[in-house]
Design a protein around this ligand. Structure first.
Ligand code: AHR
Length: 654
């Protein structure tokens, strides 16, 4: 009896110290700041086979024989050792961007002779879909012909093309197609040579006919659709550390990624050798997905383009090589020319190239990143030179600047203090940290200087084990913790004007880094638990921040609750509430407004009692939005916030 009384008194005391019994109050008529259209966006980097082997729908790996080992991905098939030969030939002197091709000699018209390409961990082929094969070729002697065939992993025929005759001694593009008779995750391409003679071949390519917007040689439609569904405010590209290169020679150079694809020089991908525990020796960059395609993708999905450029510094985790400051001119010229490529009149050199590539209208570039994850005084020196040059020609362009790889170490504080004194436009903060860091930092921006630079939360993801651990999972604890943190970003949207999860994509077999927002194999793709959190924030962005409080305090973790609220131009009030506890919490919500409210609210919830739950190729929607309705009485509603839940509530105002 006595013990029960003690427990009851303890419970009353505990209750008195919480705000649990208090209603939530939303000041719907008092917007405190506007939310930028850019607020929730996408970070794209070619890591984990995100471009080649992923978004870029090319199925042939090493189509132009430029990998370090020229026949990587290819194997020679022949009836006998004398049927024919394949000679890798280098024309470095005359074509430095596309150095190698193969010379095929077929000595006899009888017997099998050909090449097989293994694709990117196989080729994903769909029944009844058409595949387009193209090749550059010239005849040297005799009458060589070819046809192509798709086969499954056992060699079973999945479809064959008509034969193409190679004629004439000038390089020409040849094209043929085939239709697949079955669906196969790990198909291979056979290129069969027929007749007798000698011919040269380059750029052997196979694309699905069905791509995003049905563009020839385009992007994988299912992957772009997942991005479009997010309704992202911006698209950051092409990274990430890939911008920097492990050393300057392998940095990303946008000018080498535009124009005809055969002239885009293939280079090694920096993630090829980055992690000893995930070596990927066949990871190169064809740049078939280059800067024109990035701008076009951004436009397609309604996102503001945000290119990030090398600032004369290679990755400081690797070589840390820098360009002498007296020799920065070509790097600065690249930045100025990029602005012309994106926005310039078609009478200008780079504007004209944009037109030739199929886009006469400007891409409306407003944001440009100078360097990725740089740090130290060497960054400040280069930042100043870049800023002066860009701002004097294009004062309207807002520059995004690095504050290093971590949100709270010495490197961060040095750059944060220095760049604020230099009146930087936008600071790019990165945080890869534990789920508890995300929960504990929901108030990170509450005390930031409201008159200083704007903040871009440019790369973040909760790590279930540790940063760069291959054991990290996209589990519900990580996603829920990110949601809690993101309510803090939204509450501070007057200064936090952009945010993006990173990295974006990962091939289930070809990855180097985990966790990632979207995973795919050669046929299917799925959004992780984290994807649905990002999507719910982006789809419910609103236009103005309004206060949501309990006992006059913002909800930033007390009693395991986190919340933010916005109103939209469509006359809605939208609440985002995260419950990180294992208990259901009942809440009365009072909407303080002079307007009338609709009698039903739409409630969209992500929830799982199991914090280790993940989505997968087999179960892509283990955790995905569940929609229901709640009664609104006058200006009030009552909700039970489920354990470990993220809830978005929409209420129409009249
Ligand atoms: O997102 C993966 C990597 O993390 C990025 O390339 C880099 O900017 C960060 O260190």
């Amino acid at each position: 009896m006595k013990i029960n009384r003690v427990i009851a008194i303890a419970a009353i005391l505990l209750y008195a110290h919480t705000t649990e019994g208090q209603p939530l109050v939303v000041k719907a008529d008092k917007p405190t700041a506007a939310i930028q259209p850019t607020m929730w966006g996408i970070f794209f980097e070619d890591i984990n086979f995100a471009a080649d082997g992923g978004l870029y729908a090319e199925l042939v790996k090493n189509r132009s024989f430029e990998f370090f080992t020229p026949l990587t991905g290819w194997s020679i098939r022949q009836a006998s050792p004398t049927t024919g030969s394949v000679l890798v030939t280098n024309r470095l002197e005359t074509d430095s961007a596309n150095q190698r091709y193969i010379r095929v000699t077929r000595n006899t018209a009888t017997g099998e002779f050909g090449l097989t390409n293994e694709g990117f961990r196989g080729m994903g082929i769909k029944q009844n879909e058409q595949y387009i094969f193209t090749v550059s070729a010239r005849s040297e002697a005799g009458n060589l012909a070819l046809h192509v065939q798709l086969v499954d992993s056992t060699g079973k025929n999945l479809g064959e093309s008509q034969t193409i005759n190679i004629s004439g001694n000038n390089w020409q593009q040849y094209k043929t197609s085939l239709t697949a008779n079955a669906t196969e995750l790990k198909a291979r391409l056979n290129v069969w040579f027929e007749g007798e003679g000698v011919a040269d071949f380059d750029m052997l390519s196979l694309f699905p006919q069905h791509t995003w917007k049905e563009r020839p040689n385009g992007l994988r439609a299912d992957l772009v659709q997942l991005l479009a569904d997010m309704k992202p405010g911006f698209l950051r590209f092409p990274g990430g550390c890939i911008v920097e290169g492990r050393e300057l020679a392998t940095r990303y150079q946008w000018k080498k990624t535009v124009g005809p694809v055969e002239e885009r020089q293939v280079i090694v991908n920096r993630w090829n050798t980055e992690f000893a525990h995930r070596p990927t020796p066949d990871y190169f960059q064809s740049f078939g997905l280059g800067f024109f395609e990035y701008f076009q993708l951004a436009e397609d999905i309604g996102a503001t383009p945000l290119p990030i450029l090398n600032c004369g510094m290679a990755c400081q985790f690797n070589s840390a090589e820098v360009v002498d400051t007296t020799q920065l001119d070509p790097y600065i010229q690249d930045a100025l020319d990029l602005i012309e490529f994106a926005n310039g009149d078609v009478s200008t050199k780079w504007g004209r190239l944009r037109e030739v590539m199929g886009h006469a209208a400007p891409f409306n570039l407003k944001l440009l990143g100078i360097g990725n994850e740089q740090w130290g005084p060497q960054y400040v020196e280069r930042y100043k030179i870049f800023t002066k040059a860009i701002k004097s020609k294009y004062p309207e362009i807002q520059l995004v600047n690095s504050v290093g790889p971590s949100p709270d170490d010495e490197r961060f504080h040095f750059l944060n203090d220095t760049l604020r004194k230099l009146n930087a436009d936008i600071l790019d903060e990165h945080y890869y940290s534990s789920p508890s860091w995300f929960q504990n930092n929901a108030s990170r921006y509450d005390d930031y200087d409201r008159n200083g630079p704007k903040i871009f939360a440019g790369e973040y993801a909760a790590q279930s084990v540790a940063t760069v651990s291959p054991l990290n999972k996209n589990n519900w604890l990580c996603a829920l913790s990110e949601a809690a943190f993101m309510t803090g970003l939204e509450r501070n949207a007057d200064i936090v004007q952009m945010a993006s999860y990173a990295p974006l994509f990962a091939h289930v077999e070809g990855w180097q880094w985990t966790p990632d927002l979207i995973w795919f194999d050669n046929l299917k793709s799925f959004g992780t638990t984290n994807y649905y959190v990002q999507k719910l924030f982006a789809n419910n962005k609103g236009d103005n921040i309004v206060a949501i409080t309990s006992a006059n305090e913002a909800l930033k973790g007390k009693d395991s609750l986190y919340a933010s609220a916005v109103t939209s131009a469509a006359n809605e009030v939208i609440l985002k509430i995260v419950n990180t506890s294992s208990r259901s919490i009942s809440k009365q919500i009072n909407i303080d407004t002079k307007k009338k409210l609709a009698s039903k609210a739409t409630v969209t919830m992500l929830q799982s009692n199991d914090l280790t739950m993940v989505n997968s190729i087999e179960s892509p929607k283990n955790i995905s939005p569940q929609v229901s309705e709640a009664e609104v009485t006058g200006r009030q509603l009552n909700l039970a916030l489920r354990p470990y839940s993220f809830t978005v509530i929409h209420i129409k105002m009249q």
